[in-house]
Write a protein that binds this ligand. Structure first.
Ligand code: HEC
Ligand code: HEC
Ligand code: HEC
Length: 128
């Protein structure tokens, strides 16, 4: 019985020691998004930033389908009153001028490499 407190102390020290890397990481272990080039010509994206982060891939797919299948070219934003042309090159890349410092920088950090640029032109970019 008289070893009990020593055992408990030992156990506590052991637990703290084993979990130290975890405690020490709080606040720094979160996913770090790379620094992306800011848009100069507008304050807002076609939708909210949160929405765009999560949904831009499906939005582009929908835009393509609607343009190609339905000849529907106008996108009405739900966050502002603007109407945008459903176009990767003429719309997205008009504001996000530098593909390398915006799209690619983020994609590289998560190892995705959209094949869109096989056909679509990166208007101002340096071709790789
Ligand atoms: C009218 C200008 C404009 C257009 C057009 C535009 N964006 Fe944006 N976008 C912005 C602005 C402003 C932000 C907010 C961040 C900033 O200031 O750079 C943003 C943010 C984003 C983000 C989030 C970035 C982050 O900080 O995590 C993504 C992703 C994005 N846009 C993708 C797109 C795509 C894809 C298209 C085309 C479907 C598009 N944008 C069209 C202006 C635009
Ligand atoms: C804030 C980070 C971020 C930015 C900025 C960003 N993307 Fe993405 N993008 C992603 C992520 C993450 C994925 C992968 C999503 C998945 O696999 O579910 C992705 C996937 C895509 C896909 C689908 C690729 C595939 O193979 O499925 C396309 C198309 C795309 N992005 C286009 C763009 C374009 C164009 C821009 C610049 C205007 C852009 N993205 C900017 C994070 C970003
Ligand atoms: C094999 C060639 C090819 C590839 C790869 C390709 N596209 Fe396209 N895309 C086209 C063609 C052709 C059109 C029709 C152009 C038109 O009608 O103006 C088009 C139209 C579009 C449109 C609507 C019109 C516009 O100006 O943007 C969007 C949006 C689009 N594609 C997005 C994408 C995205 C996102 C990817 C990558 C995930 C992609 N495309 C990959 C050939 C391609």
């Amino acid at each position: 019985m008289y070893h009990k407190s020593k055992i408990l102390t030992g156990l506590a020290v052991f637990i703290i020691f084993m979990t130290y890397p975890f405690w020490n990481n709080i606040g720094s272990a979160a996913y770090v998004r790379p620094e992306l080039e800011k848009v100069k010509k507008a304050k807002e994206c076609v939708e909210s930033v949160e929405f765009m982060r999560a949904e831009h891939m499906s939005m582009l797919n929908e835009w393509r389908d609607e343009v190609v299948r339905d000849a529907s070219h106008e996108y009405h934003s739900t966050v502002n009153n603007s109407v945008y042309q459903k176009s990767l090159t003429k719309t997205c890349m008009d504001c996000h001028e530098n593909k390398d410092k915006f799209c690619d920088k983020c994609h590289d950090s998560v190892a995705v490499d959209p094949y869109c640029w096989d056909c679509h032109v990166d208007p101002k970019g340096v071709q790789k």
